[in-house]
Design a protein around this ligand. Structure first.
Ligand code: AP5
Ligand code: MG
Length: 241
């Protein structure tokens, strides 16, 4: 992948530093706040936000062959097969905006996906896996009230994070909708899949020195964002925007 081989400028006062691309991996159960915080991190760090869930939903909206294939898995709360996810993700990572790294939201989600990412990037990228540790009762409450912008995908909540005008996105005026996979029976399935397939990634990244940071996802949005930023390796705390 190109982002692993390109020399990057740090943009610091001291001048251009050679720096490995930074791959931020947002870990956490469904509803933990990955999609809520990724755009702010993206803006602060000048790295693109890549959500595999959003990419799939875009394919579904366009009714592309990939979207048609992924739709059934997503609506049943199952994971899309690894080979489809990896092909889509690696294609996205080849775009120029990933030269300095990226923020991965919802990827990797299985051990084979994590291994494939490691194999692809080798030692040429720096990883930061940030786990939004959030209990089930909060997750269910958050997902039950979630509404998302059909246009820019920004998530809102009917109680915790209301839009200024009901039903309308603050940023792009898009229509706010409920995701089809947010109905309670599907959420239950997604949580089960998380426990079986994705939670083991916490141990996987804990075994890599200096990679994993635990963030308390129960805190306010402001506190969670501050804790996420605090956990980013300090040489990367600059913005290109
Ligand atoms: P995806 O879209 O990734 O769904 P998910 O992991 O289930 O995560 P969510 O989007 O539900 O939660 P989030 O953590 O982003 O929470 P949010 O910020 O919105 O994936 C969907 C499907 O696609 C998967 O089920 C699978 O089928 C497929 N897929 C995707 N990637 C895949 C992969 N790699 N492999 C295989 N299949 C894949 O927040 C939730 C709510 O809480 C919002 O309303 C928000 O306003 C509120 N909130 C957030 N933080 C706070 C806070 N601190 N305080 C109060 N409210 C808060
Ligand atoms: Mg999300």
């Amino acid at each position: 992948m190109e982002c692993a081989t390109i020399k990057t400028g740090g943009g610091t006062a001291a001048g251009v530093l050679e720096q490995k691309p930074l791959i931020i991996i947002l870990l956490g159960p469904p509803g933990a706040g990955k999609g809520t915080h990724a755009p702010a991190l993206s803006q602060k760090l000048g790295l693109p936000h890549i959500s595999t869930g959003d990419l799939f939903r875009e394919h579904i909206r366009e009714q592309s062959p990939l979207g048609q294939c992924a739709q059934d898995y997503i609506n049943r709360g199952k994971l899309v097969p690894d080979d489809l996810v990896l092909a889509m993700l690696f294609e996205r990572l080849q775009k120029n905006d990933c030269q300095r790294g990226c923020i991965l939201d919802g990827f990797p989600r299985t051990l084979p996906q994590a291994n494939a990412l490691n194999e692809r990037l080798g030692n040429t990228a720096q990883f930061a896996a940030l786990n939004l540790d959030t209990p089930d009762h909060l997750i269910i409450e958050r997902i039950a009230g979630r509404i998302v912008c059909q246009g820019c995908k920004k998530p809102y909540h009917t109680t915790f994070n209301k839009p200024r005008n009901p039903g309308q996105c603050d940023d792009c005026s898009g229509i706010l909708i409920t995701r089809p996979d947010d109905q309670s029976s599907v959420v239950k399935q997604r949580l089960e899949v998380y426990r079986l397939e994705t939670k083991p990634l916490i141990d996987y990244y804990a075994q890599q020195p200096g990679v994993l940071a635990q963030i308390n996802g129960q805190n306010t949005k402001e506190q969670v964002l501050s804790d996420l930023l605090e956990s980013i390796p300090s040489e990367n705390k600059f913005s290109s925007k």
